[in-house]
Design a protein around this ligand. Structure first.
Ligand SMILES: [Zn+2]
Length: 318
């Protein structure tokens, strides 16, 4: 923990290498070495995009890749959750529908604006051509619990298996192919961001994903997991990180330590095992803040504003 540590990811300026993986005739993954992923489902007569990239200009590269494999119209965009870095590119696809859980819709109403400002400050590289963002992305179709869309003969399920990364977390599941797009509920060699999380619920939600026994899974960040063994490894590592972090925070809170001391303990405890994961230093202060809130007096995550971001960073890193 050096005092020169730059706020969040403001010092992260190097572009990542993009991969476009074919998971089946129906499913592709657009991944970028730990930057936010986009999933693609090719139905009989329409294409679905899961999470959009951060800006319409960045989404153009996803569209270019899609056009290398199909000329079917992109009709659906699904938001796995509300975070700006995944949803603000939606306009580029000109979809007929933008689908999200009602809980995600409610979060956009409540905190979408504040989240957009805060995320742009945190991670400038991930908002390339931010001036191309026309404003917040509003879902046009919402559901509670579960919804099925038939893209011709291809069954696509959107499911809320529980809270974890946010209140509105949605996974997209192709039962016939046993392929899942998990959003940030699962990460692979990338640090889970837990600033808006429900630590108590998250492990149970991961168990619900594991119970579906996916053959392949596209995490929110990191490489696509293309065997059942890799899927289970990704789920287990995410679960272990979340559980170990929350246990450390709760222990400190019960001992009456202040947040700065709890942060220092948690950082030192987790760094040897997880420090090589992408955005570890970025996430830890936000994750510990939320964990401390949940362990003490805030069952629901408080809204992050650009101002609160900076105050928290100074308190823990200054
Ligand atoms: Zn997220």
């Amino acid at each position: 923990m050096s005092t020169e540590k730059k706020f969040a990811s403001q010092a992260d300026l190097v572009d990542k290498k993009i991969s476009f993986d074919k998971l089946s005739e129906r499913a592709y993954a657009y991944t970028a070495e730990g930057d936010p992923n986009t999933g693609i489902v090719v139905g009989d007569n329409a294409v679905m995009v899961i999470d959009t990239q951060a800006t319409p200009i960045m989404a153009q590269d996803v569209i270019r890749r899609i056009r290398e494999v199909t000329d079917k119209p992109i009709k659906y965009v699904v938001l796995s959750h509300y975070h700006a870095v995944r949803v603000l590119g939606a306009a580029a696809y000109m979809p007929e529908h933008i689908v999200a859980s009602q809980d995600t819709y409610d979060l956009i109403v409540e905190r979408g604006e504040a989240d957009m400002k805060s995320e742009i400050e945190r991670f400038p590289r991930l908002f390339r051509a931010v001036e191309s963002v026309p404003g917040l992305t509003w879902p046009t179709l919402t559901f509670k619990g579960e919804m099925t869309l038939w893209l011709g003969k291809l069954e696509v399920k959107m499911m809320q298996l529980g809270r974890g990364h946010t209140k509105g977390d949605t996974v997209v599941w192709l039962p016939q192919e046993r392929i899942m797009f998990s959003g940030d509920l699962v990460e692979y060699e990338a640090t889970p961001y837990a600033g808006d999380a429900y630590f108590n619920d998250w492990p149970r939600t991961l168990e619900a994903i594991a119970a579906l026994n996916p053959a392949k899974l596209v995490p929110g960040r990191g490489a696509s997991l293309q065997t059942p063994e890799k899927v289970q490894a990704g789920l287990a590592a995410t679960r272990t990180f979340v559980s170990e972090l929350f246990a450390s925070i709760k222990q400190g809170a019960q001992a009456g330590k202040d947040m700065r001391a709890i942060y220092r303990d948690a950082y030192q405890q987790l760094k040897p095992k997880y420090g090589h994961w992408v955005i570890f230093d970025h996430c830890m202060p936000f994750d510990v803040s939320r964990g401390y809130d949940e362990a003490t007096r805030y069952p629901d995550p408080r809204i992050w504003t650009a101002q609160r971001d900076i105050e928290m960073w100074q308190e823990l890193e200054g």
